[in-house]
Design a protein around this ligand. Structure first.
Ligand code: TYD
Ligand code: MG
Length: 460
């Protein structure tokens, strides 16, 4: 009998990196259609072995030296240091993801210029732009410092050799989709290339303890080639996001081995690069001279950080069989659910109206604490009755119309008070134990009927 040959061909999902031995129309792991690509198995496993080096035998953990916190390199930009958990870590590998054109290269170049101005030797490897283009961008951002080295290269073999020779204090690779690893024939940007390239970069920077940032492009639907594979490999994952039609950008921590995750940093894109915004609440708040119907301000939390956000609603009579529920910045299913609750509990015939809800400034809110604000904005628009402009509201709404407590209420109240709000409608449960800022009047409500009355929307 002939010997069975081992499978040489495998099918790799271009979205999640799942490997299977036969082709499927739909990826069995992530469910994406038509994403499996055939390829000959060629991953050289040998060089992946020693990414982390250490003693062969187990040791008692209590005897292991920790890296002292002084070894962190703070960037001295508050918004950046917060998302990084205090600064760059030697040997720490950061993935900076974001849509093309959002400002990743700009942010990276600004970090590089900052570090090199402090006397550090830094290396910027670009597979996307020519040296003169990089120089032009650097000039736009300020004067080009001496310690900033740059190379246009896609071959990781050469990059590896350069890094070993130059020994930079910080390395930036822009972008991982343009890099190609030695011995791999698939096209740059494919899952295998991206994964192998990252593994090689990782090996170099871990052994030489160089803090490194690699850029990964994300497509409109939020996928980097092999994003999940990359997220497992690197130490920190940051996403740079924002609405192209607005100038502000959010840098969001998705994963961090060296600090808190789910932090955000806020930046504004100006003619001279990115500028940090240390007081972002003003960005997302309305600026009305008179109170207007359909606008409610909610203290939302982004990571550990409170931001006052204005939610706007427009409710107009509908002549459609299926009235519209259109949202920007919140989930439209959430709006559908909240409208159903409002309809049942408050007796407002929302089925006859089109509802549009928008979050000011283009921010996206996922937390249920905004529920009360959304309902109040809708009711305020239907009744054409403004909510007092010094009043903020927050709280999660259950299907039965009750208000449920949300986390970190004190932080939210403090931010509201700091920005001049003098009253707040919030869930009753847990509100008696709160430390209330001076001058802030609390309206603790058990349910939405009570809450709407407090906001003057239902008559007393
Ligand atoms: P870029 O950093 O090239 O994006 P990415 O690397 O994520 O693809 O950002 C490009 C955009 O930023 C481009 O539309 C121009 C704009 N920009 C400014 O508005 N001001 C600036 O100072 C710079 C350098 C870029
Ligand atoms: Mg770029």
């Amino acid at each position: 009998m002939p010997k069975k040959t081992k499978h040489k061909t495998e099918y790799l999902c271009s979205s999640c990196g799942h490997v299977s031995l036969r082709w499927f129309g739909k990826c069995p792991s992530c469910g994406k259609w038509d994403s499996l690509e055939e390829q000959v198995h060629e991953t050289p496993a040998a060089h992946r072995s020693a990414i982390l080096t250490g003693p062969d035998n187990p040791v008692q953990l209590s005897t292991v030296d920790t890296e002292s916190s002084e070894s962190r390199i703070p960037l001295e930009v508050e918004e950046l240091d917060r998302v990084l958990g205090g600064g760059l870590v030697p040997g720490g590998l950061v993935l900076l993801g974001g849509e093309p054109g959002i400002g990743k290269s700009t942010l990276l170049l600004q970090i590089l210029m900052r570090l090199s101005r402090r006397g550090m030797k830094v290396l910027y490897v670009s597979g996307e732009e020519s040296l003169s283009q990089i120089r032009m961008r650097a000039e736009r951002l300020g004067t080009c410092p001496e310690g900033l080295w740059s190379m246009c290269e896609c071959s990781l073999e050469k990059i590896q050799a350069t890094v070993k020779e130059l020994k930079p204090g910080f390395l930036a690779v822009d972008s991982i989709q343009t890099m190609s690893a030695p011995g791999i024939s698939s096209a740059p940007g494919s899952v295998v290339q991206v994964r192998e390239s990252t593994a090689i970069i990782m090996q170099v920077v871990k052994t030489m303890a160089i803090p490194t940032v690699i850029v990964g492009h994300v497509t409109k639907d939020g996928a980097i080639a092999g994003p999940r594979v990359l997220e497992h490999l690197v130490d920190t994952v940051l996403y740079f996001e924002g609405d192209r039609s607005h100038s502000f950008r959010l840098l969001r921590t998705v994963k961090n081995r060296y600090g808190p995750s789910f932090e955000i940093g806020v930046f504004e894109m100006t003619g001279k690069g990115l500028r940090q915004v240390t007081n972002p609440s003003r960005l997302f708040m309305g600026d009305h001279s008179n109170p207007v119907a359909g606008a409610v301000t909610v203290p939302c939390l982004e990571g550990t950080r409170p931001i006052m956000v204005e939610i706007q609603a427009l409710v107009t009579p509908s002549n459609m069989a299926m009235p519209r529920r259109t949202t920007t910045g919140i989930d439209s299913n959430r709006l559908a659910m909240l409208s159903a609750v409002a309809q049942r509990q408050l007796g407002i015939h929302l089925q006859e109206y089109d509802i549009f809800v928008n979050v000011a400034g283009g921010l996206k809110i996922a937390e249920p604490a905004a529920d009360l604000g959304i309902i109040a904005a809708v009711v305020s628009s239907v009744q054409e009755q403004p909510v007092p402009e010094t009043m903020a509201m927050f709280g999660e709404i259950s299907l039965t119309g009750e208000l449920r407590a949300v986390g970190r209420s004190e932080l939210r109240l403090r931010e509201a008070s700091r920005l001049g709000f003098s009253s707040c409608v919030l869930p009753k449960s847990g509100s008696s134990a709160l430390n209330v800022p001076e001058g802030m009047e609390l309206h603790s409500s058990p349910d939405i009927v009570h809450a709407m009355r407090c906001a003057g929307l239902l008559g007393v």
